[in-house]
Design a protein around this ligand. Structure first.
Ligand code: FE2
Length: 231
């Protein structure tokens, strides 16, 4: 049953017992797979079309599907006041919702070379990187080292701590979004270091994937986010 239909039916019958504001908020919970801003083969030879297609159509789609499913279940069990199930659903919401959030950022973090992928950051973000890390090269070395050292699956991030206006490198496990490491953290760049992001092409050599991905990094996107947060 579509989430909107479920909410409408329950709202009409008064079954949810929730305020109209809460119900309106829940109606926005149906998420969908965003289109890639480029073709599947546009990042070759750095990332193959086969990986991009599988990663987007299968992996990301699965996170979206399971996120929506968990949210529908949540509304249903909230209606019943089923506290154990409400608590049990939190891990599915975190994992699949995180997967959806992270991948939605990741696609925008990348760009074909002909569209500026790999061009170094300019303006205020470029200056902030030099201030915080010494140079862009030092930042890349740090992110690659932390990404390579991450055990199991996860992400390595360049983030902004907007409370202290400082840049940081952080890793998260599984599909945890950066915000799980601090409410003030805003992701500027995230690199997916799950095996599904590189194994078909780079096999078990994760450091080669990390070294290559900078050739299609979309610093323009990171700069726009940074300038919005730090005008
Ligand atoms: Fe992924």
């Amino acid at each position: 049953m579509a989430l909107r239909a479920l909410v409408t039916r329950k709202a009409l019958t008064g079954g949810l017992g929730l305020g109209s504001q809460t119900i309106r908020a829940m109606q926005t919970f149906s998420h969908s797979l965003p289109d890639l801003p480029y073709d599947y083969g546009a990042l070759e030879p750095v990332i193959s079309a086969e990986i991009m297609k599988l990663h987007h159509q299968k992996h990301h789609q699965t996170y979206v599907t399971n996120f929506n499913k968990a949210l529908e279940q949540l509304i249903d069990v909230m209606d019943k006041g089923d506290a154990p199930t409400i608590v049990r659903l939190q891990s599915a919401i975190k994992f699949n919702g995180g997967g959806h959030i992270n991948h939605s950022i990741f696609w925008k973090n990348l760009a074909p070379v002909r569209e500026g992928g790999g061009d170094p950051p300019k303006g205020s973000l470029g200056l902030a990187i030099d201030t915080h890390f010494g140079s862009l090269e030092s930042l890349i070395v740090k992110m690659n080292a932390e990404g390579a050292a991450l055990q199991g699956s996860g992400w390595v991030w360049l983030g902004l701590d907007r409370e202290f206006n400082r840049l940081l490198v952080e890793t998260t496990e599984n599909q945890d979004p950066l915000v799980t490491k601090g409410a003030n953290l805003v992701p500027l760049l995230g690199i997916d270091v799950w095996e599904h992001a590189y194994y078909l092409q780079y096999k078990n050599v994760k450091p080669d994937y990390l070294k290559s991905i900078w050739h299609v990094m979309n610093w323009k996107y990171a700069s726009e986010v940074y300038e919005t947060e730090c005008p």
